[in-house]
Design a protein around this ligand. Structure first.
Ligand code: NAD
Length: 502
């Protein structure tokens, strides 16, 4: 997390727009106790602004506003009216694309080329896609016609869950937050969002968009803050929150599940991963290298679906390692606005400390550094930023911590294998189960291996190719439940069965 606990006096030296306030009941508000923390730019560690930190009072107010909207104007809208409003929200995000882009890049340091293709367009798309899914979803019906029943019609009627708490991470802030807010609102719920303390900007800006589009006040609320003993804990423990949808680390997920157990509130958990790629000798090597460059290094490796373990069939192992190394050497580090840059800093100095501790550990565990392994020399304007070298290792043992623990940085370990069975066993030998990538031109093998993967998502000859109608989520310690398409409708609604005897 970024430096926190700054003195209130600093606020006076900042222009008004550099304070990130809570968005409650359609208005931007400060914390009543005036508590704030700093938001710093990972490119050079300069101060972007101060973020208000919510206490119990702000969380109570946000949940109250969400409940009132649910029982009031929002709850009374027809589905068609809701869909129209959410389409307007998507359009308005696209109209204000530059502002969202600027805000996201400032918070995360990621290249504009990445955020303009992924974060912002997909953030907008989340509002359209789920409205359409809902509008086109058939109603479940069963006609019971037995001698006993003498005729009855059952049909499923979807009602919103209620007030939904959305807890989101910093790596794809707008995209991951709207992946939950979009379907939650489409289904008629109201939300209280707790964005990551690292990335408060786009969630805050979205409040303006909601007002501009005429979304009733209280439907979308944002409380800023940290996790424990702060907004995150107060929100997930709140007795009037009906469901909690979370994206973040597995350990945080465990804490939130404990909070949700009080009152038996529903949870959806999208958590960490230690995702494998299996590269067979019969693959299209150009495509496998291009795909792995993205899966291991895009967004500075800070993607839950990222590949940190790569298993390569022995005959092409040396070639694969050499070509991936060449790819890494060709990455261009730079500021978000640098049009040539395709690699930004990590999200914060604190996260860099964590990733660097794994870089040190790799050497201590006997891994060979193929490329990278440290902190790059940046020009003096960026030297204080959270920059790190993209890194490849080989030669670590299968039980090394760098092969088993999620690092969430721009790094991967590559290991050779001899047989398909060996590759499957190695890939599955993990507590996580988010996703896997398989590179082969043999369709039978691709199908066989894909079905053997103990994960929620498999990509064959591709990576992160997303269709919002499909199921998204992880197996094992990578999550609980599925979102995406109809699966989101299942989470964000209660399906009530109505039986009519005729
Ligand atoms: P994190 O778990 O540290 O934080 C996520 C959110 O939870 C933040 O908003 C944080 O403030 C909040 N939080 C922390 N402690 C809390 C508590 N006790 N109670 C309530 N809220 C609390 O995760 P992060 O560092 O922001 O994100 C990186 C992690 O997210 C990685 O593990 C990554 O794999 C995972 N992730 C998973 C997916 C997925 O779809 N499976 C997507 C993106 C990121």
């Amino acid at each position: 997390m970024k430096n926190q606990g700054s003195a209130l006096t600093e606020r006076a030296i900042l222009p008004e727009e550099k304070t990130f306030r809570h968005f409650i009941n359609g208005e931007y508000v400060d914390s009543t106790d005036g508590k704030t923390f700093e938001n710093r730019d990972p490119v050079d560690n300069s101060l972007i602004g101060l973020v208000c930190e919510a206490g119990q009072k702000e969380v109570d107010a946000a949940v109250r506003a969400a409940r009132a909207a649910l029982n009031g104007p929002w709850g009374k809208l027809t589905q068609a009216d809701r869909v129209e409003l959410l389409n307007r929200v998507a359009d308005r995000i696209n109209e204000r694309f530059e502002e969202f882009l600027e805000a996201e890049c400032r918070d995360t340091g990621k290249p504009r080329s990445v955020a303009s293709h992924i974060d912002i367009p997909r953030g907008a798309a989340n509002f359209k896609a789920f409205s359409e899914t809902l509008a086109n979803h058939p109603t479940e019906t069963f006609k019971l016609d037995t001698p006993d029943s003498q005729g009855a019609l059952n049909y499923g009627h979807r009602v919103p869950k209620g007030v939904v708490a959305v807890i989101s991470p910093w790596n794809l802030p707008l995209l991951l937050m709207t992946f939950k807010v979009g379907p939650a609102l489409a289904c008629g719920n109201t939300v209280v969002v707790k964005p990551s303390e690292e990335t408060p900007a786009t969630a805050t800006l979205l409040g303006e968009v909601m007002n501009e589009c005429g979304v009733p006040t209280g439907v979308y609320n944002v409380v800023h803050g940290l996790g424990p003993d702060s907004a995150g804990e107060f929100l997930t423990a709140h007795h009037d929150v009906d469901a909690i949808t979370f994206t973040g680390e597995t350990q945080t997920g465990e804490i939130i599940m404990r909070a949700a157990s009080v009152g038996l509130r529903n949870v959806s958990m999208e958590c960490g991963g230690k995702n494998p790629a299996i590269v067979f000798a019969d693959c299209d090597l150009d495509k496998a290298i291009e795909g792995t460059m993205r899966s291991s290094f895009v967004n500075c490796g800070q993607v839950c679906l990222g590949t940190e373990r790569i298993y390569v069939e022995q005959p092409i192992f040396d070639d694969f390692v050499a070509r991936l190394k060449a790819g890494v050497e060709g990455l261009k580090l730079g500021r978000p606005e640098d049009a040539d840059a395709n690699f930004g800093p990590l999200v914060s100095l604190e996260h860099r400390e964590k990733v660097l501790s794994y870089y040190k550990l790799a050497v201590a565990e006997g891994a060979t550094v193929v490329v990278g392994g440290g902190v790059p020399d940046m020009d003096e304007t960026m030297n204080d930023g959270a920059w790190i070298e993209p890194t490849i290792w080989i030669g670590a043992s299968d039980d090394a911590r760098i092969v088993n623990e999620e690092i969430f940085g721009p790094c991967c370990h590559i290991r050779p294998f001899d047989t398909e069975e060996e590759a499957i066993n190695l890939a599955n030998d993990t507590d996580y189960g988010l996703c896997a990538a398989i590179w082969t031109e043999n369709l039978s093998r691709a199908t066989r291996v894909a079905e053997a993967m103990e994960v929620g998502l498999v990509w064959v000859n591709s990576w992160f190719l997303r269709d919002l109608r499909t199921a998204f989520g992880g197996a094992k310690q990578s999550g609980i439940g599925r979102e995406g398409g109809v699966h989101s409708l299942n989470f964000y609604t209660e399906l009530k069965n109505i039986c009519i005897k005729y």
